[in-house]
Design a protein around this ligand. Structure first.
Ligand code: SAM
Length: 282
């Protein structure tokens, strides 16, 4: 007799308020033979809160590859496995991709138990367009790489969603001001679902000032939602880049900026920033 394989359940857990655990998540966690968790200590706290005592298997960024075979063996022997991360939906800027990919490749059942996700929670209250959005997760921690990524994202027309650690949120806002401009509308969601939940809304400069003025602003978890640019603005940026690139073959960055500003109608300062950037990239 062959055993039916178990199911890998990808279970979303709260991002702060423990009451956000769903009835299904509680049910699945109760029935799962093993709970694979990013941090077994934190998972233990959640399970204790739910009155559960499952077997825990640590599965994080550094051991995920080697854990895949163990998870497969459990599923093949008929055991259900629940995958959770420290908070929110596993795999969303969290471990689990390799396991899900492998389990799917083996044609074994994988089922989502949906729930909290900081990105979606922040977007839903951002007041920014939700019809098209782009999740970028964490930008690179190193300043140069982070700024380059922001430059590449500066003319995206979809609403952008970023995660950022408390240590870098001030730097990120400074970079946004310099690269996307002080006037870009943003929403910064801090400590969602928790006691000190705060949602700052305004231009980049306004939000930076609100955060600086807030005595609790230097603490907590942050998700940033950024308005995309209009299609027209995006087209102008591409046209500007095309023109400046051509001009730079014959004239200096300053001359290219003056001419390009005259042709496209953008501010010379903006054209000059682009011209120097393109020159550096050469
Ligand atoms: N998988 C998680 C999810 O579904 O939201 C995200 C995990 S990622 C490692 C953690 C980041 O999510 C934090 O650094 C922060 O940017 C964001 N985040 C998590 N909880 C949050 C909260 N309560 N409020 C705002 N942002 C939060």
């Amino acid at each position: 007799m062959t055993t039916d394989p178990g199911t890998l359940y990808v279970v979303a857990t709260p991002i702060g308020n423990l009451d956000d655990i769903s009835a299904r998540a509680r049910d699945v966690l109760q029935k799962a033979v093993v709970v694979a968790a990013e941090d077994t200590r934190r998972a233990g706290q959640l399970l204790t809160h739910l009155g559960l005592k499952n077997r825990l298997l640590s599965l994080h960024e550094h051991n995920e590859k080697s854990r895949v075979d163990e998870v497969l063996t459990m599923l093949l022997s008929g055991d259900d496995v629940a995958l959770i991360s420290d908070a929110g939906t596993p795999l969303i800027s969290d471990p689990g991709y390799r396991v899900v990919e492998r389990v799917r490749a083996e044609a074994l059942p994988v089922s989502p138990i949906p729930g909290c996700c900081a990105a979606i929670a922040a977007l839903s209250v951002s007041g920014l367009p939700t019809d098209r959005f782009r999740f970028e997760g964490f930008l690179p921690a190193r300043p140069v790489a982070r700024r380059n990524r922001l430059k590449a994202l500066s003319d995206v027309t979809e609403t952008l969603i970023l995660y950022e650690s408390v240590h870098r949120v001030a730097e990120l806002l400074a970079d946004l001001e310099a690269i996307l401009g002080a006037q870009r509308p943003i929403t910064l969601a801090r400590e969602l679902t928790k006691r000190y939940e705060t949602i700052y809304r305004g231009t980049v400069t306004e939000v930076r000032e609100q955060l600086e003025a807030d005595p609790g602003g230097g603490k907590g978890e942050f998700t940033l939602v950024i308005a995309g640019v209009s299609e027209q603005q995006s087209a102008t940026t591409h046209e500007l880049e095309r023109i400046v690139t051509i001009l730079l073959q014959s004239v200096s960055a300053s001359q290219a900026a003056s001419l390009a500003a005259e042709i496209t109608g953008v501010k010379k300062r903006e054209a000059y920033r682009l011209a120097t950037e393109l020159k550096e990239r050469d």
